[in-house]
Design a protein around this ligand. Structure first.
Ligand code: UDX
Length: 442
């Protein structure tokens, strides 16, 4: 099939590349000439494991092309994906100006029937708005469908190629046939294509992300309570996760969720609720708890240094909001760096992928280390913010020699309490009893 993807951000580039991989002829369109030039030259503009290889392969096969010209990009396309940014406005609602502008531009350019697909996360009712904008100058028949994406950064290629489900919002049988054909190669394992009305599809995306953000936040609150009540959230997690109604996944307590989706989508759903005069109480709590959770370990750090961080140096392992990405949007690391520097501490940070992005934001106000041990040089304590695999089994003897104090604050519960106790580290994690040297001697 001939497919066009408008917008070569994260979602657009993954969508375009993966549909080229399944044999379609894909053209991606973007107004950013520099980006398009780089992509045309085979230089990928985002970091996503596994994407670069198929990106290059499909360019070489002539199945994946890039242009700044919308008319050229959508020519003869049977499906046109809109994967444009929907940044939150000041009130938290998604700003639709990019999508609606492209919708308006598309109208007069359509030469044959095409399915226009809303791939961006958009509020309920957007497909109707897009349809209306396209229709203003369209001379041929077209359909607008909602097709929310559920990609996780870091495993986006796998999520795209083997989706657990594909949700399509449309009533048009003609559009359904086109979407069935396009997605068939991805659903060979028998996972469902779920059709519904477009408003429900739009709501599904927000409901999924808000539910997952709530699930994590619930566990974070259980963790906070465990700390006070002397319980261990790891055991509680195993205890409840084996109930299939609850499920094992997304039950890991930590120092808060971040990223481009959860924070934005929870906020946008709260805004949608407000628009319908519905007081969605849980969402407000989720946002508040998650904000507080990000600096959950700060009081422990301060207490360890008797309330005074001035002149101290803290090593921070992990800057990305989660492993396998360089994305630092809403990353808990940023809140912690801010709190540490405001309290007078110096920061030596290390992240395998995200340091360039943080450098762009913070300049050289913190030290960017060469590796995890370089971050510890001259540091008084270690704070772990992201669960990169290389942090899971560090050389503790080396840590002990470099770090001034044997103390670790772990926002991702990477280590076993017994191990920390045996090694003689003071160790604060999330929702588990603190290991203190005193406790070890007791
Ligand atoms: C998420 C959704 O999973 C995806 O379906 C949607 O399309 C976009 O948003 P993503 O933001 O890439 O994907 O990351 P995800 O792996 O879902 O993690 C989100 C955040 O939750 C991270 O900050 C992660 O550290 C945190 N998290 C996740 C926890 O704190 N505990 C958990 O148990 C799971």
């Amino acid at each position: 099939m001939k497919v066009a993807v408008v917008g070569t951000g994260y979602v657009g580039l993954v969508t375009g590349t993966c549909f080229a991989e399944t044999g379609n002829s894909v053209t991606c369109v973007d107004i950013d000439a520099e980006k398009v030039k780089s992509l045309q030259n085979g230089k990928i503009t985002i970091y996503e494991p596994g994407l670069e290889a198929i990106f290059k392969h499909n360019i070489a096969q002539n199945r994946l092309k890039f242009t700044t010209n919308l008319a050229e990009g959508i020519k003869d396309a049977q499906v046109i994906f809109l994967a444009l940014p929907t940044p939150p406005g000041e009130d938290g609602s998604a700003d639709l100006k990019y999508i609606l502008k492209v919708a308006e531009d598309l109208g007069p350019l359509l030469e044959n029937y095409a399915v226009i697909v809303d791939k961006s996360t958009v509020p309920v009712g957007t497909a109707e708005l897009v349809r209306e904008r396209v229709a203003r100058a369209a001379t041929v028949d077209f359909d607008v469908v909602s097709n929310p994406e559920f990609l996780r950064e870091g495993v986006a290629v796998e999520d795209f190629m083997k989706p657990e489900r594909v949700v399509i919002g449309t009533k048009s049988d003609k559009a359904k046939k086109v979407m069935d054909k396009l997605y068939a190669p991805l659903l060979r394992q028998g996972n469902p294509m779920i059709y519904m009305e477009e408003r429900s599809a739009e709501m599904t995306k927000y409901a999924a992300n808000a539910f997952l953000a709530t699930k994590i936040t619930f566990m974070n609150e259980i963790a906070n309570l465990c700390e006070l009540a002397g319980a261990n959230v790891d055991d509680v997690r195993r205890g409840i996760g084996s109930d299939s109604r609850i499920g094992k996944r997304f039950l890991f307590a930590g120092i808060g969720y971040g990223g481009s989706c959860f924070p934005k989508d929870v906020q946008a759903l709260a805004k949608t609720s407000a628009d319908f005069n519905y007081d969605f109480k849980i969402l407000e709590s989720v946002m508040e708890v998650n904000y507080l959770q990000k600096t959950k370990l700060m009081p422990n750090i301060k207490q360890y240094f008797d309330g005074n961080l001035a002149g101290k140096t803290v090593a921070v392992w992990g800057l990305a909001f989660k492993p396998y990405t360089d994305d630092i949007r809403e990353a808990p690391a940023l809140e912690n760096i801010k709190a540490l520097t405001e309290a007078g501490a110096k920061v030596r940070a290390y992240d395998p992928e995200a340091m360039d992005n943080v450098r762009k934001l913070l300049g050289n106000s913190i030290y960017f280390a060469k590796d995890l041990y370089d971050a510890l040089e001259g540091a008084d304590a270690l704070l772990i913010v992201t669960e990169w695999p290389e942090f899971r089994t560090p050389d503790f003897e080396r840590i002990e020699t470099i770090l001034k104090n044997k103390v670790i604050f772990d926002g991702r519960n990477l280590f076993e309490l017994e191990q920390m106790q045996e090694l003689g580290f003071t160790y604060h994690s999330i929702g588990r009893p603190a290991v203190t040297v005193a406790a070890q001697n007791a």
